[in-house]
Design a protein around this ligand. Sequence first.
Ligand code: HEC
Ligand code: HEC
Length: 308
Amino acid sequence: MREFKILLVLVFFTLLIYWGVEPYAHSKMHHKPKPADFKFSDLQAINYKGDPAKGKTTFMNAGCVGCHGVKSAGLPAPMTKEAAAASFGVAPPDLSDAGLIYDTKFLKNFILNPSHAFLNAKKFNANKPFPMPQFFGVGEDKNKEVSDIVAFLKSVAPKELNDKETFEAACGRCHTVKYDKWTPLGDTPKFKTKTEKLAFDLKVSKYQDHLKKYMGAMPPDLSMMIRSKGREELEIFIDNPQKLLKGTSMPRVGLTKESTEKVINYLESVGDRKKAERETLIPKIIGFLIIFTLFAYLWKSKLWREVH
Ligand code: HEC
Ligand code: HEC
């Protein structure tokens, strides 16, 4: 019976440290940042409803199509991603999904003043201007006009995107996900020859050179990011990178809560493929150990009884 008591004491202290002491120490040493702010409270409210038909006209007149494609509205990208990166440092994203994945208030503020909404204005100045110009309006109240543009983007957006599509639209122009063969130029195709592969790698590499120069830092590969950060921290970071990495050039892209969860789901599916399996395995292992301990104890008692 004595061994059994020792075991109980051991189990008690292990659990105490695991659930009591460790989380407490963690919370004391690791200051928790404020939770994500999906209301974008620092930005101005622009409460016009917006007219999609007018918005399309404004979108064409304001020159957005000079840089952006909108495939869902039949507007192809004006140049290849490689050429765009050479001009702007990054390929302006296709805006087919913008009306779905980005918060409405954020989107209006972004179009009026991109680097202000991105929270990376400090990186840009008169000598190095942000590549997307501010929208100053095309003749009427610019707040109304920007609301029309956003109504247009919403009208051409799909009703839903899956996790990976959301990631591609929101993060894909800057980040690679090597475990899923994603590059800023798209999915890595299947190559027939080594020369084909080298040619593709070279294109990606050139794109990344422009990107690094533009951003001032290379956007890291995100394959394993879910392991180092976890869901909660990623949510706060995506919602506002400055909260966790002050001065970073990674922009606040303005995703809605739903889209943020989709992006995190995608990163989890790539970086932690075994999560579900592991979660069902742990209780099984613990159960096995308990039963094993019991049998070992019974067997030992039996042996000693025979000796006495
Ligand atoms: C001179 C080129 C240029 C023009 C003109 C331009 N954009 Fe952009 N736009 C960009 C670039 C470059 C980016 C990506 C910037 C980055 O990721 O740092 C971008 C990004 C965006 C995004 C993504 C925002 C996000 O949260 O990631 C939206 C939406 C957008 N532009 C809308 C518009 C609209 C609407 C117009 C017209 C009023 C417009 N753009 C005009 C170059 C342009
Ligand atoms: C316009 C380019 C751009 C876009 C779009 C972008 N990122 Fe980043 N991201 C960066 C850069 C640059 C860094 C490196 C920042 C640094 O070192 O300061 C970075 C860093 C990160 C990091 C690492 C942070 C750390 O603590 O090291 C994570 C995680 C991340 N990005 C996730 C995302 C996700 C998720 C999205 C889409 C919702 C996204 N990024 C969209 C440019 C971008």
